[in-house]
Write a protein that binds this ligand. Structure first.
Ligand code: HEM
Length: 471
């Protein structure tokens, strides 16, 4: 009997590949080095202890900040006591200038009605209706890559798979959420998002220093220009959407235009609609593109896993085209995506602030304390994972996943603020990986070790150079 791919356990053969990772400082950094490190890459400022301990308090210039890693504590913050926490000041300072007070950045009643307004488009049957568009975009990418690919190992052109994935998921988000509307310049929007996010580590550092929001820093002017471009573009789309009316339209824009605040009865103005659209366009494609980028990176080090995906897709489709029904029936491909997001969570950290004094299973938290949930470190925590540095999709086989604490794995966070696009993202990532891997082979530039960089999301700092060959 052949083992089903989902029960396959990777046999460690030969020397293990050295995978890209953060090397944490053995001891907490002094204030000056800490700040410099935060500007370079906030994840590198986390001391080694957070990969081992249930919680940890960091002190900076007399302000304490609590890191929680133990699943029971995470559950208290994100679920049981969710009402006692709000989005933190640092997140607001970093994101609100671009995203306004929309679904990702708002709190309380204002957040709730925006979330309710958008929810219908994320119901399971709506997500299913988007899968053909996801597959079609993946097939266009496959055809473009195949046209430039070589026929045997190594002679194809080198591409940046990070950029290729951004373009593919961008096409999908615009087509599904905005009915493909609006003549958006994908290249400029991508660059705008990158330029804007680049500024966020400075904002983290300046917030720690309690510097005023107008404080200049390197790259600020570029970030401001990017922000203005993105905001103006989305405002134009929102105004066009309102002018053209929602009749016959069945997308996110029409839901937002039709939404009414349950307390005031008011509709969203164009600014609110634009802020939400920019939030969905940004949060809805960059993250999934990164999950895929890191999955391709891991697969290039694990060809046996890549072969299992290709075999699973061939078995499910009988060699025919991939359809929406197949996407739900590719358990091993899905496990690879989940394991990629464990090692490289696209959102590597979530931060909250306590609204009142709270007791977290014996850990007292004073009102105003920032709480960091270091998802990247939780996913590699010594007490939660067996050989945490090892790539092993079998961790997500049903029995293995069931045996683990739900709050040990948080790529989409948890509780009321859980990612609204989780189901969408998983279908999309599985569809894209399946379409590409069955036809093409991806090889990382020999010797290339990507450097992890957090700019809200977890990016490879110099992209992900790969050669593509036809399978
Ligand atoms: C692999 C892909 C994705 C990952 C890893 C991811 C991760 C996350 C995480 C961790 C949060 C919680 C942030 C916090 O609480 O501070 C979040 C929120 C959110 N995500 Fe995603 N996301 C992904 C894809 C998507 C997609 C495809 C969409 C939309 C189409 C989306 C839209 C949102 C929105 C609107 C929120 C805010 C929800 C709220 O606060 O109510 N995300 N995401």
């Amino acid at each position: 009997m052949t083992a089903h791919p989902s029960h396959f356990r990777q046999a460690p053969e030969g020397p293990r590949p050295v995978l890209a990772r953060i090397t944490p400082p053995a001891r907490p950094l002094g204030p000056w080095r800490f700040l410099r490190t935060v500007v370079r890459n906030p994840l590198e400022a986390w001391p080694e202890t957070i990969y081992r301990e249930p919680h940890y308090t960091s002190e900076f210039l007399g302000t304490s900040s609590l890191f929680v890693m133990a699943p029971n504590l995470i559950r208290r913050v994100m679920v049981d006591e969710a009402d006692a926490f709000e989005k933190s000041e640092v997140l607001r300072r970093a994101l609100s200038p671009a995203l306004g007070d929309a679904i990702l950045t708002a709190d309380g009643a204002r957040w709730r009605w925006q979330r309710r307004a958008a929810a219908p488009i994320f119901r399971a049957e709506r997500i299913r209706s988007f899968v053909p568009a996801m597959i079609a975009a993946a097939e266009r990418t496959r055809d473009a890559l195949a046209a430039g690919a070589g026929t045997d190992a190594g002679n194809g052109a080198e591409i940046d798979i990070a950029q290729t994935m951004m373009r593919t998921t961008f096409e999908i988000i615009v087509e599904t959420m905005l009915s493909g509307s609006g003549r958006i310049d994908a290249a400029r929007v991508e660059q705008g998002i990158t330029d804007y996010l680049e500024s966020t580590s400075w904002v983290f550092a300046l917030t720690l220093l309690r510097a005023p929001a107008w404080m200049p820093f390197p790259g600020r002017a570029r970030a401001e220009r990017a922000k203005s471009y993105l905001r103006d573009e989305l405002l134009r789309l929102a105004a066009e959407g309102r002018r053209d009316g929602t009749e016959g339209r069945n997308d996110l824009m029409s839901l937002l235009l039709a939404a009414r605040d349950p307390e005031t009865g008011q509709a969203m103005d164009d600014r609110d609609v634009a802020d939400n659209l920019l939030t969905f366009v940004t949060a809805g494609h960059e993250t999934t593109a990164l999950a895929l980028t890191w999955a391709f990176y891991l697969l290039s080090h694990h060809p046996e896993s890549e072969a299992l995906i290709a075999a699973e897709v061939e078995a499910a489709t009988g060699g025919g085209p991939l359809t929406a029904d197949h996407v739900d029936a590719l358990p091993y491909t899905r496990q690879v995506i989940l394991e990629a997001m464990r090692l490289y969570p696209p959102v590597p950290v979530v931060v909250r602030a306590a609204l009142r004094d709270v007791d977290l299973d014996g850990v007292p938290v004073k009102a105003g304390t920032p709480i960091t949930i270091p998802i990247y470190a939780v996913h590699r925590h010594a007490t939660l994972w067996d050989e945490p540095e090892r790539f092993d999709p079998a961790r997500f086989a049903p029995e293995a996943a069931k045996a683990r604490d739900r709050y040990a794995y948080l790529p989409f966070a948890a509780g009321p603020r859980i990612c609204i696009g989780m189901g969408f993202a998983l279908s999309e990532a599985v569809a894209i990986l399946a379409v590409l891997v069955r036809s093409l082979r991806f090889s990382l530039r020999p010797g290339y070790l990507p450097v992890l960089k957090q700019r809200i999301t977890l990016r490879p700092s110099e992209g992900m150079p790969m050669r593509v060959t036809v399978r």
